[in-house]
Design a protein around this ligand. Structure first.
Ligand code: GAL
Length: 659
């Protein structure tokens, strides 16, 4: 994956509608003085942009854009469709998304709309068009954000009447005949056969679990609705505002829609990075480890998403919202260790972010997020993140002037295939509590990052893997025809499992039995699977255990058994350049297997110690200390020329050296 060379920039999220107009110019002046280039506005402002149906009030927005633009800032304009105003509900009382409990989502926060509601789609197109016509050619408007965080607060799946009607149509288009649908889903089981598409409901409210094929199709349908909704806005903006970058801001660990599909209609991806909220709410780990990382966040979680969204953005990524201090929404909301706001920013840049934009300029004194910090306190006095943002701005400028020039992405040797459908498939049929696709892929990513190698995420629709030395496909539930071909042609080392290829796209066990990839694994058969509860882990011969998942393999003679259980059952088998893993090893054992794979692929590893992390781009090597104690980075620096920092790293320190 290659990206155009670019210059790194900082930005901030700003809500002019929250503050007296007399203060806008001073805010803009301070943003520029701080070293910011971008400012995102507008994404929740519908009630002020259109106070009553058709009664547009764009005057204040024009003035805000003018004030920001005159100060020298570039504006990212958000479409306000994540927050339909109250009057819209009177026009479309049935536009609300409906929960699995059958209850419509209430008004009074945000994201209450259903993606399938045609009336709401029209309203969303209308306000987008009005905004794009008004501001699209404005020189200060240099980028657009569609909506805000699709899927936030669990809003991809809706069970409204509009969704059900659209689902039936989606099924009709996909299967054409009801017989084909019955066959694909295996509806002969439990007499679930239908005779007409309009008999089909949403997969909720059944007595026991619904058919996983039904659940998977509902997830696919819902994902397509997000992509369709987004495309309507992207097309309107592209026509009315040529040359501007169109993005959406995705989230951490939200896999409810296929980001690759939505991203295909956009120019770049961005995401919202809240490392301390994620550590508290979105990751399982031992309590001692969580306490150790309390003020820094998980050392691999942000990097994972920078790399994933770089792929979603076809090589181009931003951080649209960067945590600047304590947030309001996690179970507990600690303050970052001094230096972490700077570290997170540099880490994003190191992984290819073009822009890092802080959320938000000034802490709001009112409503839901009044406990969420900004760069400024509510009284406009600088808060923790302010000085750190300034420091990064100065450092970026200094490095740029030192002749590094624009930065570019490095070509990474490792491909990690990432598939949203697999997350839905294993969600529909986990077979063991705790079997979670994100956790599985993240375990591989952690292992790779600790070995100091760079990773590119790859969608399962990839057309060619030939630039990679090794490709990993953990937990990929089904092979597509095209991926089979790509893998057959791939000359590098390939690593699959556990569970890879254990279903067809229709969620049926393949007749040939998993892993069902004869080009790579001829004759290899997964003959039985079991899931493992905590405390019942299975010991491995070379140390460590299998947790959560274990497969019994029939292994043809030409395969070698590279890892086995203490009882002698094959765990990691190999034929030539192809590995299959028959279980979920805990982290250290997985790292051992990943390391052996990289060695076979002739990928140079450079294991990091403790909570140091290493990233490279075309110009620099970056080292980050996520640990709460000093760490010696000299082994990772070697003879390289340091341009920022010192080898004896303090907590939250960053070192940048020439490669
Ligand atoms: C994001 C959202 C923002 C704000 C922020 C608070 O999820 O896009 O609007 O709510 O979280 O951390």
């Amino acid at each position: 994956m290659t990206a155009p060379e670019f210059q790194r920039r900082l930005g901030v999220c700003y809500y002019p509608e929250h503050w007296p107009e007399e203060g806008w110019a001073e805010d803009a002046r301070r943003m520029v003085e701080l070293g910011l280039t971008w400012v995102r506005i507008g994404e929740f402002a519908w009630s002020r942009l259109e106070p009553a149906p058709g009664d547009y009030a764009f005057g204040w927005l024009d003035r805000a854009v003018a004030v920001l633009g005159e100060a020298g800032l570039k504006v990212v304009l958000g479409t306000p469709t994540a927050t339909p105003p109250r009057w819209l509900l009177d026009r479309h009382p049935d536009m609300l998304a409906v929960g699995a409990d059958g209850q419509p989502r209430g008004f009074g926060s945000r994201r209450h709309y259903c993606f399938s509601h045609e009336g709401y789609r029209d309203e969303s197109a209308r306000i987008t068009a009005a905004l794009a016509e008004r501001c699209g050619e404005n020189d200060a408007v240099a980028a657009w954000q569609t909506d805000n965080e699709y899927g936030c607060h669990d809003t991809v799946l809706s069970y409204s009447d509009a969704a059900l009607a659209a689902f039936r149509l989606w099924l009709l288009r996909k299967y054409e005949t009801i017989e084909a649908l019955n066959a694909a889903w295996g509806n002969v089981f439990w007499s679930m056969e239908y005779t007409a598409f309009d008999q089909i409901g949403a997969p909720v409210g059944t007595v026991t679990e619904p058919n996983p094929a039904h659940v998977l199709d509902y997830a696919r349908f819902s994902s397509d609705q997000v992509a369709d909704f987004n495309r309507i806005q992207a097309d309107i903006i592209r026509a009315a505002s040529p040359g501007r970058t169109i993005l959406h801001n995705y989230m951490g660990r939200v896999l409810d829609f296929d980001h690759f599909k939505t991203g295909a209609d956009l120019d770049a991806a961005s995401w919202d990075s809240y490392p301390l909220g994620f550590l508290e709410d979105r990751l399982e780990m031992a309590e001692a480890r969580r306490l150790r990382l309390l003020r820094q966040g998980d050392p691999d979680f942000q990097a994972f998403h920078h790399d994933l969204y770089r792929a979603v953005g076809k090589g181009r990524s931003w951080v649209m919202e960067q945590q600047p201090g304590p947030v309001n929404w996690a179970g507990h909301n600690p303050a970052p260790l001094p230096g972490m706001v700077r570290l997170w920013t540099w880490e994003a840049f190191a992984h290819g972010a073009e822009v890092v934009s802080y959320f938000r300029w000034r802490q709001a004194p009112f409503a839901q997020e009044q406990m969420h910090t900004g760069l400024l306190r509510p009284d406009s006095v600088p808060a923790q993140g302010y000085a750190e943002a300034r420091q990064v701005a100065e450092e970026v400028a200094r490095l740029h002037n030192q002749g590094a020039g624009d930065v570019g992405l490095r070509r990474n040797p490792v491909a990690l295939i990432f598939d949203y459908e697999s997350a839905w498939a294993w969600g529909a049929q986990p077979q063991g509590a705790g079997f979670d696709y994100f956790d599985l892929v993240f375990a591989f990513y952690r292992a790779l990052r600790r070995l100091g190698v760079g990773v590119d995420f790859i969608p399962p629709t990839v057309a060619d893997l030939s630039t990679y030395k090794v490709a990993f496909a953990p937990g990929l539930f089904a092979w597509t025809v095209s991926l089979r071909q790509v893998l057959a042609d791939f000359k590098g080392v390939f690593f699959a499992g556990p569970r890879s290829g254990s279903k067809t796209k229709d969620f049926i066990t393949p007749t040939a039995m998993p892993p069902d990839l004869p080009d790579r694994f001829p004759g290899l058969v997964v003959s039985r699977v079991e899931s493992i509860r905590p405390g019942a882990e299975i010991a491995l011969e070379d140390g460590g255990v299998l947790q959560l998942w274990c497969e019994l393999l029939d292994v043809p003679e030409e395969f070698s058994v590279d890892e086995a259980t203490a009882e002698g059952d094959p765990v990691l088998v190999r034929r030539g350049q192809s590995y299959y893993l028959a279980g979920w090893p805990e982290q250290d054992a997985l790292a051992r297997m990943v390391s052996a794979t990289l060695t076979r692929a002739a990928v140079k590893t450079e294991p990091v110690t403790g909570d140091l992390r290493l990233t490279e781009d075309v110009t620099y090597r970056y080292i980050f200390n996520y640990g709460p104690e000093p760490a010696d980075a000299s082994p990772l620096i070697g003879a390289r020329e340091i341009v920022l920092g010192t080898p004896n790293m303090q907590p939250a320190d960053v070192v940048i050296a020439r490669r």
